[in-house]
Design a protein around this ligand. Structure first.
Ligand code: G4P
Length: 531
């Protein structure tokens, strides 16, 4: 095998998803500790005022204690090169999260053992399921009182319509938590509160039929309960099938406690064995394999002003095939021109390092002079490919913003335009007016706060905001003259390209408009990949 193929095959690129507070940050931190990427627990996130997640880039995140931006972390572990994509858990940031999931090849779903599936877990799961990527479940916080483990896996199977395979099984929970039984290797890992930090747990080999040994490890009551449960599990659960895991139909389930570093290393080791090396991607009629020797990548995220020391704009690309080399000339398909990817970087949160080479599966951030859009393809010249677009979302909340200080017109226009190019907001204008009044559409309300804070901190602009009653947007076909339409309590706006749209306050208002404009057919917002 060539060096390129070797490099690609040892890569694992995955996203960690969860409902806020289930333990995603804690688990990420423990994984990074194993990889030696960070030295102390608490470097990723501590809620104490002086500690912030390494993935926190913006002031507002720190204030709210939530992660808004998705970050990428790369580390090495036992010969694997691991790329973790951190996804924001807050529901208002769904769009960014969904885009990030497009760059992952598998997902780790963290679930709070006391709560089970929560709303955000549900949404994120469905995006992963749409792409048929492998989904691994880590049921966390067993050191607290947990729901019955059968209930939890039953819920996963019924709500998500997938099979599960419990890789290990908890022995009690909360104060009675004794550890887990490893069903694959027939051994018991005992839980001791002292095992915080980086210590390796030593597993004790133990067949489930070895009553004496089990009794000495967990006591007769819990032994009896465990043997009964394992029997039930062996009889009733799905068989392990790696092909089903690889296409997202069977989720391996692990129980543990991220905070106490219990079950994390065994999880990581099994996960690395079971998950896939970088997956292929579809580009029109063709399928691009990671081991294709030609470099290709797509942009899944654009972010400006990530940190004050670097006033710049970064386009994040997922490398789909081949090897990236610094200094080479590549082709930006949508821009129709050759580009030199300047200052290619890999991120370890705020620490950036320039990369000379990177392989399929890796994420690189490149300097963006304002030419890239989400979904764009960059590849070797002559490849003639275009990756499938990333789904866009219809904005559901609207506000009109108006600059306060007319001396800052330029900064105001620059700010809203740049933030719109990142895909965080959509901007629209009244048909005959200029930049001083802008209609902003967002997927979740919290984006308005993000916008306000970024405009103030990054562009030095304040504005007045007037919320609008609209919740629905539809595109007007090019051949229809909007001024000829009968519109009642409906707003007609244009986007930067001059495309016309209508904003409605309800489904009723949309129906009313269609009924009063015979023959009018409105189009969905976005690129057709709407969710
Ligand atoms: P998130 O990224 O999914 O939002 O969750 P995060 O890791 O921040 O964890 C949320 C809270 O749950 C944190 O407590 C964290 O310490 C706690 N936690 C995570 N894993 C476990 C676990 O295995 N057992 C127990 N008992 N708790 C766990 P916090 O009080 O909100 O924050 P902090 O002060 O501990 O940072």
């Amino acid at each position: 095998m060539s060096i390129i193929t070797d490099e690609i095959n040892r890569r694992r690129t995955f996203a960690i998803i969860s409902h806020p507070d289930a333990g995603k940050t804690t688990l990420t931190e423990k994984l990074l500790l194993y990889g030696g990427a960070i030295q102390t627990a608490g470097s990723v996130k501590g809620k104490a005022a002086d500690k912030h997640a390494v993935s926190d880039w913006m002031e507002i995140e720190k204030k709210r204690g939530i992660s808004i931006t998705s970050s990428v972390m790369q580390f090495e572990y036992e010969g694997f090169c691991i790329n973790i994509l951190d996804t924001p858990g807050h529901q208002d940031f769904s769009e960014d999260t969904y885009r990030t999931l497009m760059a992952a090849d598998s997902a780790v779903m963290v679930i709070d053992a006391a709560k089970g599936i929560e709303p955000q877990t549900r949404k994120l799961f469905h995006v992963c399921a749409m792409r048929h990527i492998p989904i691994f479940t880590f049921i966390n916080k067993l050191d607290h009182d947990a729901r019955d483990p059968f209930d939890l896996i039953d819920e996963l199977e019924h709500e998500f319509g997938i099979g599960t395979y419990a890789m290990n099984w908890p022995i009690g929970s909360g104060v009675d938590f004794k550890g887990v039984y490893d069903r694959v290797n027939h051994r018991i890992l005992t839980y001791a509160d002292a095992h915080r930090g980086r210590d390796r747990l030593s597993a004790i080999e133990c067949e489930i039929s070895d009553i004496e040994k089990l009794d000495s490890l967990i006591g007769p009551d819990q032994r009896e309960e465990l043997t009964g449960q394992i029997e039930l599990l062996d009889g009733a659960s799905f068989d392990f099938d790696i092909d089903k895991v690889r296409c997202g139909k069977l989720s391996p389930v692990f129980f543990g406690s991220a905070l106490n570093n219990f079950g994390v290393e065994t999880f990581l080791e099994s996960f690395l064995k079971l998950t896939t090396a970088p997956l292929e991607r579809v580009a029109g009629e063709s399928i691009v394999e990671p081991t294709d020797e030609h470099f290709s990548a797509f942009v899944f995220k654009i972010q400006a002003n990530m940190n004050k020391a670097h006033r710049d704009r970064i386009a994040f690309m997922r490398i789909v095939s081949g090897k990236f080399e610094r200094g080479e000339e590549y082709y930006h398909v949508q821009g129709g021109r050759t580009v030199k990817l300047s200052q290619p970087q890999q991120m370890m949160a705020q620490e950036r390092s320039i990369v000379d080479e990177a392989y399929a599966g890796d994420i690189i951030g490149v300097f963006d002079p304002g030419i890239y859009s989400i979904g764009d393809t960059v590849c070797e010249k002559g490849m003639n490919i275009e990756f499938e677009g990333i789904p866009t979302f219809s904005p559901e909340c609207f506000a009109m913003i108006e600059q306060i200080d007319s001396m800052k017109r330029k900064q105001f226009a620059k700010g809203v335009n740049q933030i719109a190019q990142e895909g965080a907001i959509r901007i629209f204008f009244e048909p005959d007016s200029g930049m001083e009044k802008v209609y902003v559409g967002v997927v979740g309300q919290l984006q308005f706060d993000v916008l306000e804070s970024r405009m103030k901190n990054e562009y030095g602009v304040e504005y007045r905001q007037f919320s609008q009653p609209y919740t629905l947007i539809k595109k007007i076909p090019d051949e229809v003259d909007p001024s000829s339409l009968y519109l009642y309590e409906v707003k007609w706006v244009k986007d930067v390209r001059g495309q016309n749209y209508l904003l409605f306050s309800s489904e009723w208002s949309l129906r009313y408009t269609l009924e009063h404009n015979e023959g009018l057919e409105l189009l969905p917002y976005g690129n057709g990949g709407n969710m």
